[in-house]
Ligand binder design. Sequence first.
Ligand code: ATP
Length: 239
Amino acid sequence: MTALLEVKDLGSRYGQTDAVRGISFDVRAGEIVALLGSNGAGKSTTLRTITGLHRPVSGTVRFDGADITRTKAHDIVARGLGHVPEGRRIFANLTVAENLLLGGYLDRRHRATVEERREAMYKLFPRLGERREQLAGLMSGGEQQMLAIARALMNQPKLLALDEPTMGLAPIVAKQMMSVVRDIRDRGTTVLLVEQSARLALRLADRAYVLVAGEITLHGSAADLSKDPRVHAAYLGGD
Ligand code: ATP
């Protein structure tokens, strides 16, 4: 089966510092694939490079049959690759409803379509429906994360790249977030998930890649990686 996203020998740099050193991986349609690794391993840089926010120094990115290595970020979104960046970046001074409206900007000329999708988001995330008139900045961390995800889904991406959706959330909320990610995949959106919590990610993902200092050191099915002693020692607290 051909991959929906195919990354080959990707290199990314800040000034003279190599953040990502020639990594290759792929994501097939319908999968949840996790990128794991500790702080500074290069996970966010990988997502930022794939989604056109940072220029690669080497390699290629193919998405849905096209080379998007040098494509601009907004054109990449329009092709169906959505990104929920680390730290959420919602518009704090706008309401939930307004944030979602802006999320649907690709279809802004079709107001009825945008409204329909927004209603669908309120069904998927009932909390957002209850709080549609609330200023986004006044919501809890978990609710803001849901809003960031819902906003990206407004463009109906084929693939959603999620950067640490559980960051800063209480363990129970983090678990809920993971079940939201599963729902999203079950509704037909492929997911590339960056996570520091290997424990959560491996429970959810089909496959995973482990990044260490900008290189992929391990990859395999989530089931195999959860049993791998190297993953246990480094990322699962040895238990
Ligand atoms: P984290 O979970 O902490 O975000 P990460 O795995 O996502 O970690 P990156 O944020 O991709 O890692 O960082 C990879 C490397 O690039 C690190 O050494 C980091 O210090 C460096 N780096 C990241 N962003 C910048 C930047 N804007 N300018 C310079 N160096 C950066």
